[in-house]
Design a protein around this ligand. Sequence first.
Ligand SMILES: C[S@@+](CC[C@H](N)C(=O)[O-])C[C@H]1O[C@@H](n2cnc3c(N)ncnc32)[C@H](O)[C@@H]1O
Length: 237
Amino acid sequence: MWSANFAAPLLAAVARDLDAGLVPGAAHVLDVGTGAGYPALELAARHPGLKVEAIDPWQAAVARARARGVAAFHGDLLTWEGGPYDAIVANVCLNVIPDRAGAALALARLLRPGGRLYATVALRGILRELDRAAARICGARQVLEQVQEQRLTVMTLREAFAGAAFSQLVVEVGHFPLCFESGTAMAGSVPIRLGFADLYRQLLGEDGWQRLIAVLDREHGIAFDVPFALLTATRAS
Ligand SMILES: C[S@@+](CC[C@H](N)C(=O)[O-])C[C@H]1O[C@@H](n2cnc3c(N)ncnc32)[C@H](O)[C@@H]1O
């Protein structure tokens, strides 16, 4: 599962900090951009003492998360007024908030002094393999490169947090493999369908997108190596 690959090191970091007493066992935790309830559900299952709530501005996702038992609310990180929280988790959410510095300030505002932040993001280079195939098949190399240029790097992630009240900020990078046996399987998968297909349609046109899928079908699919980062930090006192 796409989200679980990003969340694995995040969940391990929370468990490590609970063990070390950096996060209290009955901590009040906010999951920002929970989508259908992840990783709020997983956190609550692994650490039943935690009081986990979640926000997302996407109404349908909030309804889905609630149906799965998450205390989820319709809300935007930039304007949310709950807390203060002992810890905040955000799994592949900061990527989709254009005001990155504003997001960092909001995270600091919502945490109590000493509270811990755990955020994963996809890094520049994500789906580079698809960009290469698209450039080969549809010839849109320049626009695809421009899109990659906008994506987060460790440096731009750190820059976004530079003005927010955090200490002990650590960024760890990793990557995970993701393979599809055909272009059709890739295009129909949840992360591509919900997170990327519209962008590629916009850049390549519907014809180009369909041509790309057809060629990948003939070539027996595509393999990705997905780069990501886990940012952990402490709200400064
Ligand atoms: C890639 S999804 C990740 C969902 C979930 N965390 C997971 O791991 O499966 C990003 C989520 O961030 C939410 N989001 C977008 N802008 C947001 C904002 N300003 N504040 C909070 N959440 C936001 C989206 O609605 C979406 O559900």
